[in-house]
Design a protein around this ligand. Sequence first.
Ligand SMILES: Nc1ncnc2c1ncn2[C@@H]1O[C@H](COP(=O)(O)OP(=O)(O)OP(=O)(O)O)[C@@H](O)[C@H]1O
Ligand SMILES: [Mg+2]
Length: 260
Amino acid sequence: MEKIRTQAEDAEKSMDKTQKQTENMVKSMDKIRNLTEDTIIEGADIVRTFKMGEVEVRALRSVNVRIRRGEFVAIMGPSGSGKTTLLNQLGLLDTPNSGKVIIDGTDTSRMSDREKGKFRLHNLGYVFQDYALLPELNAMENVYISLMMQGKSKTECESAAAEILAAVGLGDRLQQLPSKMSGGQQQRVSIARALAHSPRVLFADEPCANLDSETSKEVLDLFEKFNKEKGQTIVMVTHEEWHAKYADRVIKLKDGIVQE
Ligand SMILES: Nc1ncnc2c1ncn2[C@@H]1O[C@H](COP(=O)(O)OP(=O)(O)OP(=O)(O)O)[C@@H](O)[C@H]1O
Ligand SMILES: [Mg+2]
C-alpha cells in the first residue's frame, strides 16, 4: 500500500515537472515570437558594391542588422566604412546588389521603384547633415509641402505642421525663411518635416555634423524626447561617441562589415 502511494506521489511530481517544462517552453516561444514581432527593420545579407571605372568598391559586405520597434540605434565607424551606404539601404534610398530589407514585415526587395517611393513617403522620415530645406519656403511651408505630397487636406496639413513645429520649439517662427534661421533652427525644421507624418522609422545621417556642441545637444535632446515619449524608432549615423550615448545601441561598421 505504502509502495503504491509513493509511486502515485512520484507520478504526480513528474507530471508537475512536465507541466512546468511545458509552461517554460510556451514562455520561451512567446519570447521568441515577441522578439520577431518587435523587429521593425531587418537587413539580411546586404551587399552593396559601387563600380568606379575598373575599380569595384565593396561598401557593404554581407551586412545583417535587426532593429527593434522603438529602438534608438546609432551607426558608427571610420570615414568610408559604409555608414551612409547602410543607412541608405535600410531607408530605401538605394538598392543593394543582393540581400533584403524587410520593414515591418514587408519585404521591400519585391517592390518596384514606384512602390518604394510611395512607401518612403508614407512610412519613413529623413534628416540630413545639410538640412535640405527649400530656401524659398518658410518653416511652415517646408513642413506643409511634404504633408501635402501625402495627399492630406489643407486644414490637416496646416494643423499638423503647426503642431510639430511647436513640438520642436519653433512655434513662434512659422513664417521664417531658412536663410533667417540658425543652423540649429534649420535642423529643427527638417526634424519637424521628417516627423510630421509620424513615420515608422526616422533615419538621420550625421544630423549634427554642421552644428556646435550646444546646438547638437538640443537636436539630440529632441531625438531623445521623440524616442522616449512617442516611441519613435530612430537610426542615426554619427562620428561622435557622445552623440552615440543617446542611443540604446551602437552598430559599429568597419570596411563594410558589422563589428561584433
Ligand atoms: N555613389 C558612390 N559611388 C562610388 N563609391 C561610393 C558611392 N557611395 C559610397 N561609395 C564608397 O563606398 C564606401 C562607403 O561609403 P560611405 O559613404 O557609406 O561611408 P561613410 O561611412 O558614410 O563615410 P563618411 O563618414 O565619410 O560619411 C566608400 O569607399 C565610398 O567611397
Ligand atoms: Mg557618410
